[in-house]
Design a protein around this ligand. Structure first.
Ligand code: ZN
Length: 186
């Protein structure tokens, strides 16, 4: 069974995620299900808050991008960004929690990150290209930040109707989503 993707408007997407330890229940199964959910919705990155869990975990699978020479398929637990460096550049991003929205976001070119893998082995690695881009986007999710927060206020204003529609569930999407329904139908 795949997870539903938490839609924009859900307060969980705005929470700071909690670190986990090795005793977190069924972690390997959770990660496997996340990979499956992500692949079925054609994503290349997915953070735990996007499947309704406010824990410090995200996954990246850039192997589906044919142009990418440095393909990775990894899980990042309790990640900590050490530094971002290189040029600032704009690149088009999308997000499974914000279906239909794609915008250029400016981020640094490279990132050095410390994280635990699914076996709780610690790594410190530097990534660039699409991998760095996805890692920075997913890391933001753990901090309650969405890529639209990084756009100009004018751009955000232009997107406000579309964002409100996602919030209300008025969106055409081919994967299951969890819309925040507080107060709906009462
Ligand atoms: Zn996202």
């Amino acid at each position: 069974m795949n997870f539903k993707i938490t839609a924009y408007g859900h307060p969980l997407l705005r929470k700071i995620s909690e670190d986990i330890d090795e005793n977190y229940p069924d972690l390997k199964e959770l990660i496997e299900e996340m990979f499956k959910t992500m692949e079925d919705s054609s994503g290349i990155g997915l953070a735990a808050p996007q499947i309704g869990k406010s824990i410090s975990l995200f996954i990246v699978n850039s192997t589906i991008d044919e142009n990418n020479k440095n393909k990775i398929k990894k899980s990042f637990i309790n990640p900590e960004i050490i530094e971002t460096f290189g040029k600032n550049y704009a690149f088009e991003e999308g997000c499974l929690s914000l279906p239909g929205i794609r915008e250029n976001v400016v981020r640094k070119e490279k990132v050095t990150i410390n994280y635990l893998d699914e076996n709780f082995k610690e790594h410190e690695e530097t990534f660039d290209g699409i991998n760095a881009r996805v890692i920075l986007h997913e890391y933001d999710h753990l901090e309650g930040i969405l890529f639209t927060d990084r756009l100009s206020s004018l751009k955000r204003k232009m997107l406000s109707r579309q964002l409100q529609n996602i919030k209300k569930g008025n969106v055409d999407v081919d994967y299951p989503m969890d819309f925040y329904t507080k107060g709906k139908g009462i």
